[in-house]
Design a protein around this ligand. Sequence first.
Ligand code: ZN
Length: 303
Amino acid sequence: MDGNYKEIIKRHYDTLASKMNVDKVVMHLHNLNYLTDDMKGRLDAERSRITRSRKLLEMITSKGRISFTSFRIALIKAGDLLLAKELLEDSKQLSGKQDQLERSKPLVIDLDKSEEKSEFGSDNTSENGSSQRSMINIGNNCFVVAKTYKGELNVHIRQFEETKAGRLFPTKKGVVFPLPRWALFMNLEPDISDCLKSYSELESEQCWHLGGGVYAKINSEYPTVNIRHYWKPDDAEQPVPTKRGVMLNKFRLDNLRDAMEKLKEFVPEIEDAVPCMYGDDHMNQEGMLRCPECSPFDYEKYC
Ligand SMILES: [Zn+2]
């Protein structure tokens, strides 16, 4: 993978050097601790954007410190979505790992139309102003649910359980995504899937900050991605995991990817949702530090 990745960077060298939003990419790589203060200092000392870009690409291809995934995440965070996408597509071609497996279609329940509506009647339009748009099963009663609560539309990945009578009810095990957070998750999902495929080769735990207190993690011990809300008690140095989360294996993650596409039909607002970090108020680091999605705890980065 790493050898391939250097080859891919070389292929896209000119485009990356001329087009990438280098200052933001550097800022994100530095925040994520992939660039040391010294490395960042040397980059900042470059006078022009293009020489700074070249220097960064040189650092990336010559040192093992920055992985393909982290570089892509930095590109995505910097708003260079197209570049990040091209790199990923190229890497798939090069590794010849195009996964063409036909997957069974996840069960879709459109609550506005389906007979199932009565099943979720109490949730669908309740007095507290919540209403549910759709539920997509991604395996073992884990559902992607779009739901409005107190006027705000969120997407949930939530574990349901079944009563003896076969009635489904939601549990506390789940993750909540306001739409901008969901938009970021959709951007990062290819990286997460890619990483899960070769989880056993990971040298260290991989972590993606999805926004707010929500993180996705993969380590070399288990073939799963753990997506979970974290919170930081006042006396704790680091955020701690809560029970609000889901573990997804490859099967569920594949279904989740299909569900992301399917969900756009029921929730067209998703197409317009933009991760907060692309906003004008995030152009500098201070803006990000003030944003509860980007800096949920009282310090910059936890990953
Ligand atoms: Zn933000």
